[in-house]
Ligand binder design. Sequence first.
Ligand SMILES: C[S@@+](CC[C@H](N)C(=O)[O-])C[C@H]1O[C@@H](n2cnc3c(N)ncnc32)[C@H](O)[C@@H]1O
Length: 436
Amino acid sequence: MSEEGNLLSIFEAHRGKLSDKWSSYLSLYDHAFRPYRDRKISLLEIGIQNGGSLEIYAKYFANFEHIVGCDIEQRCALLRYGERIDVVTGDCNEASTKRAIACICAEFDIIIDDGSHVSGDIIRAFLNYFPLLKPGGIFVVEDLHCSYWQNWGGGLYRDVSSISFLKMLVDVVNHEHWGNGEKRREPIDRRFPGILPNDAEALLSEIHSVQFHNSICIISKALPPQNALGLRLVAGTEALIDEGPRLSGGASSDESDQSANPQAFFRDIKAENEVLHKMIVERDAQLVSLNNLLVDRNSETQTLNNSLAEQRMVCRALHVALAAAPPIRVHWLERLLWRTTLGRRLCRILFIRGQAQLLEDYRLVLGSGQFDLLHYIKYNQDALHEIPDPILHYLMVGYREGRDPSPLFSSRKYISEHGMVGDINPLVHHIRSTMK
Ligand SMILES: C[S@@+](CC[C@H](N)C(=O)[O-])C[C@H]1O[C@@H](n2cnc3c(N)ncnc32)[C@H](O)[C@@H]1O
């Protein structure tokens, strides 16, 4: 028979090797271990330090078959116990340590992980030793508060902490309701790549329950059929509110298909973020090139606006010129003479530079595109008040005064280069000679 009292009183009365536990653990363990208390159980504790806990468990489970303690601290090999209590030294997650433990005892009813409390170690210890747990046994993870602490590989929002891993086991227990076709191991594989062994699906299918308490998680093991929801049982005959349950009696859970439920499928937010980030970078680059294009277009628009302003200026000048220009009146005799080649020759021989010729020259110069109105207005402001029409001014007096019809044409240079004598307009001469 086990020693009198509960685990707390046994702990408090203990005088041998030292052990330290948080007070809430003792009442919790008393409740969790009670079903095993009088049985011939085997217990493994990972992390024993001073070894007191093994002595206390030996007192609590008086009919125990085997108690094994494991510690990475080599000096733990110096700890001496009575029969059926053994200590294995070494890292619990080393294959050799596991082999040494399994040699002493192949299966355990209770496994307690009170080892390093580092998240990675806790997860690996669970995966290594849960297979050594008997169906009906419990696996206890102690001091899970470390899972929230950075120095133990944890943090409240650290998705690879030991508590995050253990939380995922809650979904594993409810695997049959996922409705998305995924295996139990798939979500864990995604979050903890490479951590699960090949036979993880079988291991996970034996998780019967997952209980969380302050700093403690208790995972119980059962054969897979005992982990299913089971058949729907109906008792009673009066169904005043809903006939449904009576009709569903004896049925198994409808494995609802969740293929249309987007929330039933994994979304790789990290990958999606990366794609979105890439898109933003590309859009930013497009924006920069569009902005550059806009700058180019703006400068083109500016140039066009300037040219428009110049054209408007020319137009205004022409309007003024036209309004002020004396009308070119051609006498009927002159018009008659000018109609024929002979008449024109006669006029020229007689050095008559009449209004009709002036009109013809005006049309010729205007149509040639070689008279730069803007240029002429700009450089001959002084003279235009007399004859405000620039072309008329040039044809009537400007060429004689050596004024130029455009920056490309020098009246004086043309006259001297062509040895022109008499009253011949150099630009008119030039246009006529290029037309021939
Ligand atoms: C909190 S103490 C154990 C306390 C003990 N269970 C008790 O109740 O008094 C943690 C122990 O785990 C051991 N330990 C740390 N990492 C380990 C590992 N990887 N494998 C086995 N033991 C480990 C440490 O050497 C330390 O002695």
